[in-house]
Ligand binder design. Structure first.
Ligand SMILES: [Zn+2]
Length: 246
């Protein structure tokens, strides 16, 4: 089973370490007011998945692997409320907020880079984008969009605005090159960067969760620091808001 809900069967492969895509380049990251011109290839180029993350502790957004039938230590850490972990003012574990939340990965053709790139959205950010994609579903072969970020933190919104025919000129050539192309399922799987249970254990321990004490899970020491850094992957979202709730 996939870590993604509704597309592909490639989770096992992704867990074993995929290949091919450049994770450093694939994510579209925008600051407030920035935009990219994009083409949307089909009305179905997005996938929902459940994600864990703990911004304050430095645990990057990553898929819950329980849905793929694996032991998910991030679920277990989020649910644990015993005495071995740090508590907030209400006596609750500070790790409770790491519970799995729905996110959506979109794939767009970045017309400025002439390549397929992905954007990872919270569920509330995704709702508006999906509404626009649905609205223009029949015109995606002729309409390009400006994908824009407005605002910061809790005020952050993302929008897709159709580019007027008059202004299509500057992107038309690249736009046409993508006729008939599709987004491969593997792209979503690789971009989501599912970890193995062992990788989760290592990251949780680095983030300060007492993995060995709570789970009795032995975390292997790294012989090679470079490998450890690679295992951490590329941040999916650069500034996840820890207070954002769903
Ligand atoms: Zn999980």
């Amino acid at each position: 089973m996939s870590v993604l809900m509704g597309r592909g069967e490639q989770a096992k492969k992704a867990l074993e370490g995929g290949s091919g895509i450049d994770l450093k380049k694939i994510f579209i990251r925008l600051k407030a007011g920035q935009s990219r011109k994009v083409r949307i290839l089909t009305p179905y180029d997005y996938v929902a998945y459940k994600a864990h993350g703990h911004y304050a502790k430095g645990v990057y957004t990553q898929p819950c692997i329980k849905v793929a039938g694996e032991r998910c230590l991030l679920c277990e850490a989020a649910n644990y409320d015993g005495d071995l972990v740090e508590k907030d003012d209400n006596g609750k574990s500070v790790w409770n907020s790491m519970y799995a939340k729905k996110r959506v990965l979109f794939a767009f053709v970045d017309l400025e880079e002439d390549e397929i790139r992905v954007f990872d959205a919270t569920k509330s950010q995704a709702d508006g984008l999906i509404a626009t994609i649905d609205e223009y579903a029949d015109e995606l072969d002729s309409v390009a969009f400006t994908f824009k970020r407005t605002g910061d933190r809790q005020e952050t919104t993302y929008s897709l605005n159709p580019i007027m025919p008059k202004k299509m000129k500057e992107v038309q050539e690249v736009f046409d090159k993508w006729d008939g192309e599709e987004v491969p399922d593997e792209l979503f799987e690789e971009a989501a960067q599912a970890r193995t249970t062992e990788q989760q254990a290592k990251e949780l321990k680095q983030a300060g969760f007492p993995v060995e004490e709570v789970f009795g899970f032995e975390v292997a020491d790294d012989e090679n620091e470079d490998t450890a850094d690679e295992d951490k992957g590329e941040p999916i979202a650069e500034e996840d808001d820890p207070t954002e709730d769903f």
